[in-house]
Design a binder for this molecule. Structure first.
Ligand SMILES: Cc1cc2nc3c(=O)[nH]c(=O)nc-3n(C[C@H](O)[C@H](O)[C@H](O)COP(=O)(O)OP(=O)(O)OC[C@H]3O[C@@H](n4cnc5c(N)ncnc54)[C@H](O)[C@@H]3O)c2cc1C
Length: 381
């Protein structure tokens, strides 16, 4: 039987974070009846964040840690729009993108992640180099590496990383490994952390391990200080200290894009979309939001783990909304396993108060991460 075209619903997915990617994969196996699904993404090759430190350190190639979205969408029968969403109009249900005609939706889901918040820091929007978007960061790092390698190796290169969380330390250690093991660049490394302790959301054994590890590698930690300003060559801390730098990167707390709040979606005071237990916008029930961009009823850490876990509930709720069936509630886990790399092929594992480390942790993480990427790149369903 041919369904009349007017019955067709238009489901749009904005951004291809960890939740949407699993939905697209699932659509290849069970398509939604009478529904045209479209993904709008700024990237056509998306990196798996857990493998980025390994890419920077040189343990992985670009292909090892990127998922080809265009091919994934093709296999799943999902239309792919390679563009960036500028804003939406929830009243007329239209999506406005850069250099693309506007689009009409019936149902919408937003999974656009977060980026280090730089607005409070003078000069950061011009001179700061946030570690997200990843591609922009990788381009900047590789460009800098090329220049540094062509210079006199006796000139000291000063690298400063701002942020005391896991991503910041993993990336700094990866840069340290790369420079010390594969180049003759003579460099010093400094980590600036606003809290008194690095990795403040982890147990004490993780903190002690990394403090000792950074010290062994001669990496200076400046803790309890905020960066107040940045110019082309210097960072100014809130106590007036000036740090000269040659390469500076930012992995400060997560910030949100402005457009969801500016489009009229109810957001928290940081601009994250407020959602209910069903992952729906509290102000617009035909819009779902997941991953870092969403502010769940009980605050969740901005970690890929939650975005991954929200994927199946989101898939079920999008299908249920189209069929006007009851929705499933998302029940976040209280604890999650963290596997953090230490530069070399070595990693630590932490779960609540538990802690372990060794090369075996790195190989375990490597197995999980590679399997994740392969799952989305392979042709098999
Ligand atoms: C170096 C590093 C290592 C990390 N390691 C871990 C780890 O081991 N475990 C863990 O749990 N978390 C980790 N994280 C945190 C994790 O990356 C984030 O929490 C996670 O990526 C958030 O996922 P998401 O699904 O919300 O969105 P993202 O994965 O950030 O994806 C969002 C996507 O939306 C696209 N997009 C953005 N804006 C628009 C727009 N306006 N229009 C269209 N498309 C758009 C982006 O291009 C991107 O592809 C790490 C982060 C970093 C930086």
């Amino acid at each position: 039987m041919i369904t009349p075209a007017s019955h067709k619903k238009y489901l749009f997915l904005i951004g291809c974070g960890h939740s949407h990617i699993s939905i697209i994969k699932k659509l290849g196996i069970c398509p939604l009846p009478d529904t045209k699904v479209t993904l709008i993404s700024t990237d056509s090759l998306i990196p798996y964040s857990g493998m980025l430190p390994g890419l920077i350190a040189g343990h992985y190639t670009f292909e090892d840690c990127h998922i080809d979205l265009q091919k994934l969408c093709q296999r799943a029968g999902v239309q792919f729009v390679h563009s960036e969403v500028q804003h939406i109009d929830p009243l007329t249900k239209r999506i406005y993108c850069y250099q693309h005609p506007s689009l009409q939706y019936d149902l919408l889901s937003i999974n656009i992640g977060s980026q280090p918040a730089l607005n409070d820091i003078k000069g950061a929007n011009k001179h700061g180099c946030p570690i997200k978007p990843f591609q922009q960061f990788l381009d900047y790092w590789q460009h800098w590496l090329k220049i540094a390698q062509s210079m006199n190796t006796n000139v000291l290169q000063r690298i400063v990383m701002t942020g005391g969380g896991a991503a910041s330390i993993e990336v700094l250690l990866a840069m340290h490994y790369k420079l010390r093991h594969t180049t003759s660049i003579h460099a010093s490394f400094t980590l600036v952390c606003a809290n008194q302790n690095i990795l403040s959301s982890f147990n004490e054994r993780v903190q002690v391990f990394f403090k000792r590890h950074l010290k062994t590698l001669d990496i200076t930690i400046i803790s309890g200080r905020h960066v107040a300003a940045i110019n082309q060559h210097q960072l100014t801390l809130d106590d007036g200290t000036i740090l000269d730098y040659d390469f500076s990167a930012w992995a400060t707390h997560a910030g949100a894009q402005f457009w969801p709040a500016e489009s009229g979606l109810k957001c928290d005071n940081k601009g994250f979309i407020q959602i209910d237990q069903y992952l729906r916008s509290v102000s617009h029930p035909d819009i779902f939001a997941v991953g870092d961009i969403a502010a769940f009823m009980t605050p969740l850490p901005k970690a890929g783990v939650y975005a991954i876990r929200q994927g199946p509930v989101l898939a079920s709720n999008l299908a249920a909304t189209l069929k006007q069936h009851p929705l499933l509630a998302f029940k976040p886990q209280k604890r999650f396993l963290s596997l953090l790399t230490t530069g070399d092929r070595h990693a630590i594992a932490s779960w609540g108060p538990l802690f372990g480390h060794g090369k075996w942790v790195w190989w375990w993480k490597n197995y999980i991460d590679r399997a994740f990427v392969v799952r989305f790149n392979q042709n098999r369903r």
